[in-house]
Design a protein around this ligand. Sequence first.
Ligand code: ADP
Length: 394
Amino acid sequence: MSEAILVLNAGSSSLKFAVYGGASGALVPVLRGKVAGIGTAAVFSARDGVGAAVPEADLLQIAPEIGHDALIPLLLAWIAGNGVRITSAGHRVVHGGRAHAGPAKVSADLLEELEALVPLAPLHQPHNLDAIRSVAAFAPELPQVACFDTSFHRTQDRLAQLFALPREMSEAGILRYGFHGLSYDYIAGRLPEALGARAEGRVIVAHLGNGASMCAMRGRQSVATSMGFTALDGLMMGQRCGALDPGVVLYLMQQKGMSAEAVGHVLYEKSGLAGVSGMTNDMTVLQASDSAEAREAIALFCYRAAGELAQLVAAIDGLDAIVFTAGIGENSAEVRAMICDRLGWLGVTLDMQANAANATRISAAGSAVAVLVIPTDEEAVIAAATHRLGTDLG
Ligand code: ADP
């Protein structure tokens, strides 16, 4: 049996997993997969180390209504059935608060500390912590490591983290924490090979997925980011509105009589690409549509992204490179072109052919700013951290 590290990313209705082996020291994925539709119509899918789909007959058989708790022991048993012995587990945990500038080994004290952060990330944190508890219940001896989406941003100076709120509120932790840190960490690690010495310069990474944010880096460290106290701030996203005049929230509650829950539902689920198009949060569907609403949703997404990027330029005193990543950033030549079209004044010029081909470098030869496309890999960051903190592979 080979030894490997399990990486888990538990969401409200999905569980993504990856298994990393590494006989020769370098960690490589041997299995990756996902259970979608947990709680209602769960569907399991998996790929092997070379990316080939695991045949239907070899997949884990699960009841459509299976919950998270029952799923994790079945998944661990299925992985063992594939000839892999898990020696440690690493988890994506959305919130590490102010204290954690890096991953942390799971202990009872850590769980208690992370539980206290649930009110700051109620949609994600409980599921992340439940997955840790489920693994601990099934395999109590397994070392576990928590990797936080907030950690990467703890290098930011105080001004970048402050809201202009009364001091006592900032002191009580109402701060800009930032998210998508595991993705930014991965991209920061790829920058030297992509940019050479410029990697240490002024770089803005645009993580454009269903959730979307940007991070301005210098010396490959976070200087400023578009998400704030929650993952609602900043860019327009698939279903989230991004930055919004807080007066809109007051108006909806005070004048329209909406409850906090109803407003939260609008801001997190009904806005963004889905809300503006009135159709879907799926960029591929919007791009294929010629409806005026779909076109407007894409146009607003790009307008907002260019504006946010311009604001971040001020935090790093200029710009050497832009990196696009995540589902939309890696795949949508149209969105990249529409955003960059608004950034010509910064010295951004695209090579349209390279852009259409999703090439690594998509800026034109004479562009003052390098523009890159780098696929992100948050699981690889978690696996590496878990390897460092959790165990040595045999
Ligand atoms: P998540 O935040 O859920 O991890 P992803 O990073 O997977 O999201 O990004 C999902 C988004 O990427 C969706 O809007 C999807 O339509 C978009 N996307 C995926 N492939 C393409 C493509 N080829 N062209 C345009 N958009 C794409």
